[in-house]
Write a protein that binds this ligand. Structure first.
Ligand code: 13P
Length: 250
């Protein structure tokens, strides 16, 4: 059985005060031994403060991005070692907002994936198609291309010791959640793609759904056989909603 996994991607939201208040509320409600893995991914600038508040709790820390280089003259970048240093265990890689707004292509995403692994961080690798790609029938080829880029660069074992998030771009922040059947179909497709390389590894890898997941629809989504939890945006900014989503993953 795969243990369920829920991560909150706070994106570029909140103040130091609101980040601290949110994580205090989460730690108080989620306690020390939640039935699912629970991760919060605050903005870089709030990581250290949130790290102190999750320390010793059942909530783990992740970052939203990392530099593809190890160290050096890369103004404005944050390295994997720096993330480890402040207590991150996870890092989101290849979020569609990074791919579309900041031009991250499969090669860069794969490089960041390898860098994260080298630093001892667990990547949460995001894949997903746009509405245009879905409507034109290109969905499977897009997802396959995104998965294969990392499979080729890192190997199947590395991918399976990571977490994958399927986030259809058309569902992110739109309120247009994929139906449980739509999401399940793509999750099964991703798992089969990995199974072609290593069936046992594919059985173990956790594949999260992201895109307008909320307190009302989480339980149905998480009830699908290949959906192992969620990567939650907007609803992760409200403690009560995020706690309900985590409970739905138990
Ligand atoms: P929303 O839950 O706000 O749609 O965002 C999903 C997401 O992008 C998580 O990474």
């Amino acid at each position: 059985m795969r243990r369920k996994f829920v991560a909150g991607n706070w994106k570029m939201n909140g103040s130091l005060e609101s980040a601290n208040a949110l994580v205090k509320a989460l730690v108080a409600s989620i306690g020390n031994s939640p039935a699912a893995d629970v991760v919060v991914c605050p903005p870089f600038i709030h990581l250290e403060s949130v790290a102190a508040l999750v320390n010793g709790s059942g909530v783990s820390l992740g970052a939203q991005n990392l530099a593809d280089e190890e160290a050096g003259a890369y103004t404005g970048e944050v390295s994997g070692a720096m993330l480890k240093d402040v207590g991150c265990e996870y890092v989101i890689i290849g979020h569609s907002e990074r791919r579309t707004l900041y031009g991250e292509d499969d090669a860069l995403v794969s490089k960041k994936f390898l860098r994260a692994r080298d630093e001892g961080l667990i990547p949460i690798l995001c894949v997903g198609e746009s509405l245009e790609e879905r409507e034109s029938g290109a969905m499977e080829s897009v997802i396959a291309r995104q998965i294969d880029a990392v499979l080729t660069a890192a190997g199947v074992q590395a991918l399976c010791n990571s977490v994958i998030a399927y986030e259809p771009v058309w569902a992110i922040g739109t309120g247009m959640t994929a139906t449980p059947e739509q999401a399940q179909d793509v999750h099964a497709f991703i798992r089969s793609r990995i199974a072609a390389e290593d069936a046992a590894a594919a059985e173990g890898v956790r594949i999260l759904y992201g895109g307008s997941a909320n307190a009302a629809n989480a339980a149905t989504l998480f009830g699908q056989p290949d959906i192992d939890g969620g990567l939650i945006g907007g609803a992760s900014l409200k403690a009560e909603d995020f706690v309900t989503i985590c409970a739905a993953a138990a």
